[in-house]
Design a protein around this ligand. Structure first.
Ligand code: PLP
Length: 382
């Protein structure tokens, strides 16, 4: 029997939420955070901290790292030594800091579009160049263009591969064979491998992500509770690598950037999430699967010219609207103007995203139904 109720949502209006800072009739399904009530144990942990009437500077307790270690062992079958982790304010902050301090200025950083758009900002803001190996999209499915990747890895000016694992926005869980091949290629060409694993806990029941840490001693993995438990506003994450000297350099860089100290609530909230959140995540993933199935059926029945990519991870659906447009930016703008449904346009994720929309389904089934009706109305009226 279910313990948690995902049908009942938090009213996030007027709460400084990016996502919900919209007009009354609008339905926002864009920014990657969730509308559900959080795991109650997190609130209890925060309340306990709240009861201490002084929010001074604080450090990272050893229980914080242990909670990651135990969660990754229990949920993902990966052994992570607590000494191979350092705290960082966030995954994007870590990417920025690593690219700034560890990587020679003016280097090529390889990404695989369409990909989380902030990667591009991190690369350019730190004086590097974007080197894109666009994902292959065949028969409605995504895979890595290994020939293209190897070409880029061979170029000695390209020093980093920034992997999104699982991949936002196409929802792929990279499999063992793909990851081993990536690790081998990076090693062969002396390229630093950074694996952003922030979406790893949101997977379809029966499907398991593979951490890069299973296959590499030198890669960097970026882990966090923020997507799984909706804690993005608390700023909690770790950088993990078994390469001790690299970890030390990263820690120094994070220190220089003032990113290495947690806010007053971040650690206890994270510990509660990872120590007590198993059932909540399992039920969440089941709820998200039901939302996805509803949309799948709805599209099949009413909008069969929209192809829903078969995502196995993240709560971000990737809708192929190429039968209607190759300009998803204008499409999404008009959709919002005419129906209030606010989705992310695929163009912002780079090449290959021009005729896609990204839909965040981490909301109630009622909202998902409403979104389908709005989309249908828009398409039928055009
Ligand atoms: C792939 C990916 N990495 C990082 C982030 C943001 O991480 P943080 O809030 O820890 O900076 C997001 C947010 O959507 C994301 O999708």
């Amino acid at each position: 029997m279910s313990k948690y109720n995902f049908d009942e949502l938090v009213n996030r209006k007027n709460s400084q939420s990016y996502k919900w800072d919209v007009k009354d009739n609008e339905l926002p399904m864009w920014v990657a955070d969730m509308d559900f009530h959080m795991l109650p144990d997190i609130k209890v942990a925060i309340q306990k901290r709240l009861d201490i009437d002084a929010f001074g500077y604080c450090g990272v307790p050893k229980e914080y790292y242990e909670s990651y270690k135990n969660w990754w062992k229990r949920r993902h079958n990966v052994d992570i030594d607590v000494n191979s982790m350092v705290y960082s304010e966030g995954v994007v902050a870590s990417i920025d800091s690593i690219l700034k301090h560890i990587v020679k200025p003016g280097s090529g950083i390889i990404v695989q579009s369409p990909v989380y758009h902030v990667f591009y900002h991190c690369i350019e803001n730190n004086g590097h160049f974007i080197k894109n190996n666009q994902l292959l999209y065949k028969k409605g499915q995504y895979c890595i263009d290994f020939d293209g990747l190897e070409e880029l890895l061979k170029d000695s000016t390209n020093l980093v591969l920034l992997l999104c694992n699982p991949h936002n926005p196409v929802g792929r869980i990279w499999d063992e064979e793909e990851l081993k091949r990536i690790v081998d290629l990076c090693k062969q060409h002396n390229v630093l491998l950074i694996s952003d694993e922030i979406h790893c806990d949101i997977t379809e029941p029966g499907h398991q992500y593979n951490s890069i840490l299973k296959y590499s001693e030198d890669a960097i993995a970026l882990l966090a509770p923020s997507k799984a438990f909706n804690l993005a506003g608390l700023k909690s994450s770790v950088v993990v690598t078994r390469n001790k000297s690299l970890l030390k350099e990263i820690q120094n860089g994070l220190g220089e950037d003032d990113l290495g100290e947690p806010n007053y609530f971040a650690c206890d909230a994270t510990i509660a999430a990872f120590d007590k959140g198993d059932q909540w995540i399992d039920e969440l993933n089941q709820y998200l699967l039901n939302n996805k199935k509803y949309i799948q059926e709805y599209l099949k029945k009413n909008l069969h010219d929209i192809h829903l990519v078969d995502i196995k991870a993240t709560y971000l659906l990737w809708l192929d609207i190429s039968k209607y447009t190759s300009d998803s930016e204008s499409f999404a703008k008009e959709l919002r103007k005419k129906t209030g449904l606010f989705l992310s346009n695929g163009k912002q994720f780079g090449r290959g995203g021009e005729s896609f929309l990204r839909m965040n389904i981490a909301t109630s089934l009622d909202n998902v139904k409403d979104a389908c009706e709005r989309l249908n109305k828009f398409i039928k009226s055009n």
